[in-house]
Design a protein around this ligand. Structure first.
Ligand SMILES: Cc1cc2nc3c(=O)[nH]c(=O)nc-3n(C[C@H](O)[C@H](O)[C@H](O)COP(=O)(O)OP(=O)(O)OC[C@H]3O[C@@H](n4cnc5c(N)ncnc54)[C@H](O)[C@@H]3O)c2cc1C
Length: 306
């Protein structure tokens, strides 16, 4: 039975929200988690997670999501499937407006994650998890001694390329401009790495393959020349969009739209915390999201009981 008043309302059912829910429920705080899609969050799209401690053989993303949810539910976390459309501050109350009604929390933990920008080209969706990746830390290991491409020219893309160069046989960075946006020191490291090559003024027109990615159709934006390359993997690093659209004007956000917090996961508005990928400068990993969720929950409990 869902009521409308809770000690803590958690927005987002990924690792950050589920870890927060585990901690708040175990602290005997009435806790409601609101998730608009799949409980488990982004990990539901990860075939295998190999870098979350406690699973020496790795664990399927969907399974890890289920386990996290099961564990939090055991201690009393309530979950509803609904989309949060706004958070309003009314005197001492925090009202979380959703498509299934309004919920009031003494504290609110925002853990609605972020979405990776897509290229929007043919083959991208079809081959996601089959050679198309958005996370080198997660997937580089699967491309040992194979040629891969990285799309993008910022810090994230060049850091991904450097990381991939420890595994792949070749790393071809393709950027739609003539120069990188990454900081000078990262650029210098990339230029000095023999495995990394650059294709300037180049955009991806299509990702091709049979069961797995096999190649890319490319276009030079200056000359219009079209050409193809063979590749086993493509890492897309063209930015993130934090899921903070429903928070505009409520909280301080950074220039990318991510939530600025301190080390207690406090947002600047007393009683509102943020955790996981939605935070400014998040490292966007499951373990970090879960750690943020635990921290937010502990400080939310202190906020409520102080
Ligand atoms: C394909 C893939 C593979 C990955 N592999 C790995 C890996 O191997 N190792 C690793 O550590 N990390 C990996 N990651 C990254 C990892 O999944 C994220 O860092 C982690 O899930 C972030 O957790 P989170 O709880 O902050 O956000 P998310 O997992 O993004 O969860 C946020 C949740 O909030 C919900 N939400 C958003 N807006 C609203 C709203 N308005 N109302 C209600 N709900 C909302 C979303 O539906 C989502 O379920 C991978 C990511 C992807 C996409």
């Amino acid at each position: 039975m869902i009521n409308n008043n809770y000690d803590v309302v958690i927005i987002g059912g990924g690792p950050a929200g589920l870890a927060a829910g585990l901690y708040t429920s175990r602290a005997r705080l009435s806790s409601l988690l609101v998730e608009k899609g799949i409980v488990g969050g982004q990990i539901a799209f990860a075939e295998q997670i190999d870098n979350y401690p406690g699973f020496p053989e790795g664990v399927a993303g969907v399974k890890l999501g289920e386990l996290l949810h099961q564990q939090a539910t055991k201690y009393g976390l309530k979950t509803i499937i609904a989309e949060v459309t706004a958070v309003e501050l009314r005197e001492n109350q925090k009202v979380v407006k959703t498509t299934e009604g309004n919920f009031i929390g003494q504290a609110v933990i925002i853990a609605s994650g972020s979405e990776r920008n897509k290229l929007g080209v043919p083959g991208e969706e079809e081959f996601t998890g089959k050679g198309v990746s958005y996370c080198a830390t997660c997937d580089a290991y699967f491309f040992r001694e194979q040629p891969v491409a990285v799309v993008g020219g910022g810090n994230a893309a060049i850091s991904e390329a450097l990381y991939l160069s420890k595994f792949a046989s070749r790393v071809i960075v393709m950027h739609r401009r003539q120069e990188l946006r990454a900081t000078r020191i990262i650029q210098e490291r990339a230029f000095a790495e023999p495995k990394i090559e650059f294709l300037w003024n180049t955009v991806v027109e299509a990702i091709e393959g049979e069961d797995m990615v096999g190649g890319l159709k490319l276009r030079n934006v200056l000359t219009g020349e079209k050409f193809s390359i063979n590749i086993s993997g493509i890492f897309i690093a063209v930015g993130f969009k934090p899921n903070t659209g429903y928070l505009k004007g409520v909280l301080p956000l950074d220039t990318t739209g991510a939530i600025i917090t301190n080390e207690k996961m406090e947002t600047g508005i007393p009683g509102i915390f943020a955790a996981g990928d939605i935070r400014s400068n998040s490292v966007r990993q499951v373990i970090a999201a879960a750690g943020d969720g635990a921290t937010a929950a502990i400080y939310a409990e202190r906020f409520i009981t102080s």
